[in-house]
Design a protein around this ligand. Structure first.
Ligand code: MN
Length: 232
């Protein structure tokens, strides 16, 4: 018998909308540049060669409705509104049908980003961890079961800061569709329950400041909100 020297914080669990169940978060994968208009505002061309990814630590994720401090080390902290989905069964080297069958549900999420550090890392061809894996920098709203909601039909995705619309697009603009992301990502990882994937942000990303209230919505899903602590 071995005794842990200390205990780690409990990883977050995302509530399932309308149920008593929760979804424990194990790993967080994020797709980069998955809307053409956002790629353009980042000064990047889109390609259909392959999606690319970065990750966030589950210990840095929080649930919707919270107030979080403005993070250290940045002067350009950005909101990114995204559709996320959660894997519900093991899937490896999926075909498109297996891909959709593996999805338990969908939710609204925020991929908060130290944009100044991302730009610096990019220009030096360094990793994005400091820019993307920010404490309190992944925010999740409750999940809606895949049987009750579909990403099809060009549903609206939008985000406002203090009531003013900043991002406004539809899911029809996704370059890599949900099944394509699962097919591709499952060629690198044995995807499993606990894996949550953020699918990229539409155009209109921008800075937030202390005291801002961020609210993001996708048609038919529970909204995600985050307040930046006014005391910072
Ligand atoms: Mn993003």
């Amino acid at each position: 018998m071995t005794n842990p020297l200390f205990s780690l914080p409990e990883p977050i669990s995302i509530p399932v909308s309308g149920e008593d169940s929760v979804y424990p978060v194990g790993r967080i994968f994020c797709v980069g540049l998955n809307y053409a208009a956002h790629a353009a505002e980042m000064g990047k061309a889109v390609d259909r060669e392959a999606p690319f990814y970065f990750t966030k630590s589950p210990g840095n994720a929080i649930l919707t409705g919270q107030t979080a401090p403005y993070p250290p080390g940045t002067e350009d902290y950005h909101h990114e509104m995204e559709l996320a989905f959660a894997i519900g069964r093991p899937v490896f080297r999926a075909d498109p049908e297996q891909a959709m069958d593996a999805i338990l549900g969908y939710c609204c999420a925020l991929d908060m980003t130290r944009r100044d550090l991302q730009a610096a890392a990019r220009s030096k061809q360094r990793p994005w961890d400091l820019a993307k894996d920010v404490e309190n920098g992944a925010v999740f709203a409750p999940l809606t079961r895949a049987g009750d909601w579909s990403p099809a039909d060009g549903k609206r995705i939008h985000l406002s800061v203090n009531g003013e619309i900043r991002q406004d697009a539809t899911l029809a603009e996704l370059i890599w569709k949900i099944d394509e992301i699962v097919v591709n990502l499952s060629s690198y990882y044995h995807l499993r329950p606990g894996d949550v994937i953020l699918t990229g942000t539409p155009a209109g990303v921008g800075p937030v400041v202390a005291g801002d209230r961020i609210s993001g919505e996708i048609e038919g899903l529970d909204p995600v909100t985050l307040t930046i602590d006014p005391a910072e």
